[in-house]
Unconditional design. Structure first.
Length: 267
């Protein structure tokens, strides 16, 4: 199976390297396109497939085309790409907010999968939610899932609109985590720890807690009860969180992200 990745940015390179490492595609069957010559020179230098700066007749021979450009770049990309593709090809889009129907209409193709990965995909610990047009055969859908899972875990959803919810949860989620992590770090510094000590305290607390959660069957509430002894320090902090309605604020923020994701899908 041959693959063309359109877009040589961080996610494009992440997918290219992950596909190669997984042996799902041979180096000679992997192509990366970007108009930025510097990006392509680096891709070729490090032998991450074959980098090209011009789309040509070879595109029609590609089995799977991965669309990994910014949504605003599609206005220039679509007219250039449309004469080179055909309905037998499989398309995987990781472009935020671009609907399956829009891609089908713009390129005149049928088999389109739309995916929402997140930033940790860059280190093989990503979370991707994806949906497909009804024209994608099951074997090809399985193939796409295998490709996506070279960067972490994936969930397939029947309703494409669930990708907006995925954007609000897993897509934007790393920023929420970093927000809370940074608050812990800054609090530790204000309490007298050095910056390096503060980073270690916060980072290891997050890593340990997540791994503890993953290795057991307890719910978050049950874990909180284990940490928060009656009249203790944790309970004192949780009472402030409850008083300030921190959970409500987080939920409101996520719903706002969902609303914006829906808006972007129709812009």
């Amino acid at each position: 199976m041959s693959i063309l990745i359109i877009g040589g940015g961080n996610m494009g390179k992440t997918y290219a390297q992950s596909f190669l490492n997984s042996k799902l595609v041979k180096r000679e069957d992997l192509f990366i396109y970007d108009k930025d010559k510097l990006k392509i020179d680096l891709i070729n230098q490090f032998q991450i497939g074959t980098g090209v700066t011009v789309l040509g007749d070879f595109v029609s021979k590609i089995d799977t085309v991965v669309l990994a450009v910014k949504p605003q770049d599609t206005k220039k990309l679509y007219p250039e790409l449309k004469p080179l593709v055909h309905s037998g090809q499989l398309f995987l889009s990781i472009m935020a907010g671009i609907r399956i129907h829009d891609i089908q209409h713009a390129l005149g193709v049928d088999k389109v999968v739309r995916a929402m990965p997140n930033l940790p995909a860059q280190i093989g610990m990503g979370m991707t939610v994806f949906s497909a047009s009804d024209k994608v055969p099951k074997p090809e859908l399985t193939y796409i899932q295998n490709l996506l899972e070279t960067t972490g875990h994936s969930i397939i959803v029947d309703k494409e609109e669930m990708l907006d919810a995925a954007t609000a949860i897993s897509g934007s989620g790393p920023a929420y985590v970093f927000y809370f992590l940074d608050t812990l770090i800054q609090s530790a510094i204000e309490m007298g720890f050095s910056p390096s000590e503060s980073y270690l305290l916060a980072e290891q607390t997050f890593l340990g807690s997540v791994n503890l959660f993953r290795r057991n069957n307890l719910t978050c509430t049950q874990w909180i009860e284990k940490v928060a002894s009656r009249g203790g320090t944790t309970e004192a902090a949780l009472e402030v969180f409850k008083e300030k309605s921190v959970d409500k604020g987080i939920k409101e923020g996520i719903l706002k992200a969902l609303d914006r994701a829906k808006e972007l899908s129709f812009e």
